[in-house]
Ligand binder design. Sequence first.
Ligand SMILES: [Zn+2]
Length: 364
Amino acid sequence: MALLKFSRVGLALAGLVIGSGFCFSLPSFAASALAAWAIRSDGVLELRTTAGARLNAFFQVAGGGKGDRIWIDFPGELSRPRVISGNGPVKEVRLGKPFNGFTRLVVEFQPYISLDPGKMELIGKSPNRWELDFIDFPSQKFLKIGEGEVKKKYRKPSSLFGYRGKTSSYIKLSNLPSVPRGIYRIVIDPGHGGPDPGAVGIGGLRETDVVLDVSLQVAEFLKGKGVNVLLTRKNEIDLDLPPRVAKANNYRAHAFISIHANATQGKRRDINGLETYYYSGFRGLDLAKNIHKEIIKVSFGTPDRGVRRSRFFVIRRTDMPAALVEIGFVTGRIDSRKLRQQSHRKKLAFGIAKGILNYLKGAG
Ligand SMILES: [Zn+2]
C-alpha cells in the first residue's frame, strides 16, 4: 500500500501563526476544524479551516476497485458523515470520521486519472485557508463542487472577546458607565453556598465557588462607581431563599440580581450558553436585557440562550426589579473551561456590573 504524506508547506505558516500569540491547539472533542471546501474547475482543492488548524494529508494509489485518492485529516469531528458525487475526473468526495476527534475529507478520482503525489502540495495561504493543486488535472469540462464558503475572510480574534480591537485592559472601573454616586442600592445574590454547592460540573467545578467569586467582583465594580451594594452572602454559608428575598426587600434595593451557573441533567457537555431570567414587569425585563447584552459581549464562543421569563423564587418574591443570571454551564465543555479562568470571571463581573449600571441610567 503506497501511503505517502504530501510535503506540507502549510505547516510553516501555521507555525508562524502560533508564534504570533494565538493559541489554536484544538482539543480532540472540538467541532471539526474543516469549515468549507471546494474543488475548483481548474483542479485546485481549496479549504477553509479554523485558524492554524494542523492538517495531515495522504495519498493512496488506485486499487481494490477504487481510483487514486487523497485524504486530509482535520482535528475535530464533523456532525454528519456524507458522500458528495463528483463529476469529470472526480468520482466522489467523502467526509467522515476516521477515528474519534477527527474529520477526514477523501477525494477519490476516476480510474483513468493518475496523480503524482510527488508534485502535490497542500499549501497554507493564510491562517485559515489552504490549497492543493492536483497538478495533472485534465482540463476538461468540470463543474466546481464544494460545501460552504471557502473565501470567507479570516478575522483575527481580538484578545478581549466581544470588544473588538480592545485588550483585556479594557476590563476596568473607568470603562464602566457612571451613575450619580451614593444614590442607588443594589442587592447581589450569589446562588447556593455552604453545604449546598449548587451544580457540580466538569472536573468538580462547583457553582457556588464560581458565582461567589463573580458576585464579589460585581460588588467591587459597583461600589467603585458609588453604588451601595448588599451581598446576600460573602462567603460559604448556608442561606435559604426566603432570607435572600427578605434582605433585598428590607434594604429597599433598586434592583436585585441573583447570580448562578447552570447545569444539565445527565451532564451533557454539548450544552453551553448564557441565560438571563426575569419574572415580571417592564423594569425586570429591562434589567435582564441590559445584563444579558453585556455578558454576551464578554463571552465569545458561548451560545446565547436568551433572556427568559421564569418563576424562580428569588426573582418572584422580591419587590424590586429582579434578574437571575446563569453565567454558563459548569457541565458544558465550552463554559466550564471558561468559568474556571479568573480572567473570564472578571469579564463576566464587568459585564454584569455594566448591565446593571446601564439599567440604572435608563431607569433614571
Ligand atoms: Zn444555581
